[in-house]
Design a protein around this ligand. Structure first.
Ligand SMILES: Nc1nc2c(ncn2[C@@H]2O[C@H](COP(=O)(O)OP(=O)(O)OP(=O)(O)O)[C@@H](O)[C@H]2O)c(=O)[nH]1
Ligand SMILES: [Mg+2]
Length: 344
């Protein structure tokens, strides 16, 4: 598909209720990877200042912005130029994005395009009824240390994102060091596979009705008062459900600061077989309460399948996280060798 103008895209009729929007080079590649990994019922769009990069990726919609100033050549790290370009051509972009119920906005921080568009669009959508979930890839420390422009762009974007509150999925490249013997493209694919698992489990949680239902409205209501929040995923043998919360916290590739003193809130959803009992649910919730220091608010839901299953899966939204200065977030020491996250 040929790149569109922002206006042409905005006036197109967008029907699907979920969207993954890739912003800039890294965001576009990741959005494409997510779709190739298979998410049903999700529309994809990529927005970039770089025409060549747009040409290379597959997506339902492609939007080239800032043509007048940047001539389709990318911003070369110039975040301000991208912000000016958005102002230039935004027209009814907001109205069109609001037609989606959940919008995953994906970008690698450090460049000009993704670092400008991610907080801008997430902020725009936070004021609407759409649930905007920013996904930010935090650069490797070496990139931040050796490149002041990348550093400044990343700091600015992350600080703005943390101040928006709500769900923020910040995936730290440093946490990928545990895969450092793999080729880089494969490492990014591992990260995208993990992200795919998170996105699918959230969509699945709100899309498919269940006995103790968590629908989109209840998720939004929970998030409204939860402050800065993150998303966790884990699966365990049904005989050891109390291990779910620790596994989710230690094996995540996401970067966040859990302030246990502040009693974070939790929304916990379990997916299991016909053998999932109330006792199992209790064991999970007690472990969550214990680990989070009696959360302020604990909401839960379950879905059971007709057949028995050996595995129980947990999707959890943890709110009330500590907002860091972006400087703190980006200087977090890489974790020691941890077990591999769940990646299929
Ligand atoms: N290409 C690519 N870069 C990634 C990926 N994950 C993280 N990055 C990093 O993403 C950051 C932003 O780079 P780009 O996405 O190329 O920048 P951009 O948003 O297109 O911005 P400009 O090109 O400066 O206009 C860099 O720090 C990359 O190292 C990935 O999967 N692919
Ligand atoms: Mg680029």
């Amino acid at each position: 598909m040929e790149p569109d103008s922002l206006e042409a895209w905005a006036s197109a009729n967008l029907k699907s209720t979920f969207a993954v929007i890739g912003l800039g080079g890294a965001g576009s590649e990741a959005a494409q990877d997510l779709v190739e990994l298979g998410i049903t019922g999700v529309e994809t769009c990529v927005i970039n200042t770089d025409a060549k990069s747009l040409d290379r990726v597959h997506a339902d919609r492609k939007v080239l912005i800032g043509q007048r100033h940047l001539k389709g050549g990318g911003s070369g790290g110039d975040r301000e130029a991208v912000l000016a370009a958005i102002e230039d051509g935004k027209t009814d972009l907001q109205a069109r994005l609001e037609e989606y119920e959940i919008v995953f906005l994906v970008a690698g921080l450090g460049g000009g395009t993704g670092s400008a568009l991610l907080p801008y669009l997430a902020g725009l959508l936070r004021k609407s009824h759409s649930l905007a979930i920013p996904v930010a890839f935090l650069p490797f420390h070496i990139e931040l240390e050796s490149n002041p422009v990348r550093r400044a762009n990343s700091l600015q974007a992350l600080e703005e994102l943390e101040h928006l509150d709500g769900l923020l999925l910040a995936l730290s490249n440093e946490k990928l060091r545990r895969f450092e013997s793999l080729p880089l493209q494969r490492v990014f694919h591992v990260r995208n596979t993990y992200l795919h698992r998170l996105v699918s489990s959230l969509v699945d949680m709100v899309e498919n009705p269940s006995q103790l239902n968590v629908d989109l409205a209840s998720l939004k209501r929970h998030l409204r008062d939860a402050g800065l929040s993150t998303l966790l995923f884990a699966e365990q043998h049904v005989s050891e459900p109390e291990r779910l919360i620790n596994q989710a916290l230690t094996e995540t590739l996401l970067d966040f600061d859990l302030d246990e003193a502040q009693s974070p809130s939790a929304l916990v959803h379990l997916d299991g077989g016909s053998n999932l009992t109330l006792r199992t649910l209790d064991r999970v919730l007690h472990a969550v309460q214990h680990r989070l220091g009696r959360p302020q608010r604990l909401m839960f839901g379950t879905r059971t399948h007709p057949e028995p299953r050996e595995v129980v899966r947990m999707t959890a939204v943890i709110g009330g996280l500590r907002r860091r200065t972006a400087r703190q977030a980006l200087s977090t020491a890489p974790p020691p060798t941890l077990p591999l996250p769940i990646v299929r």
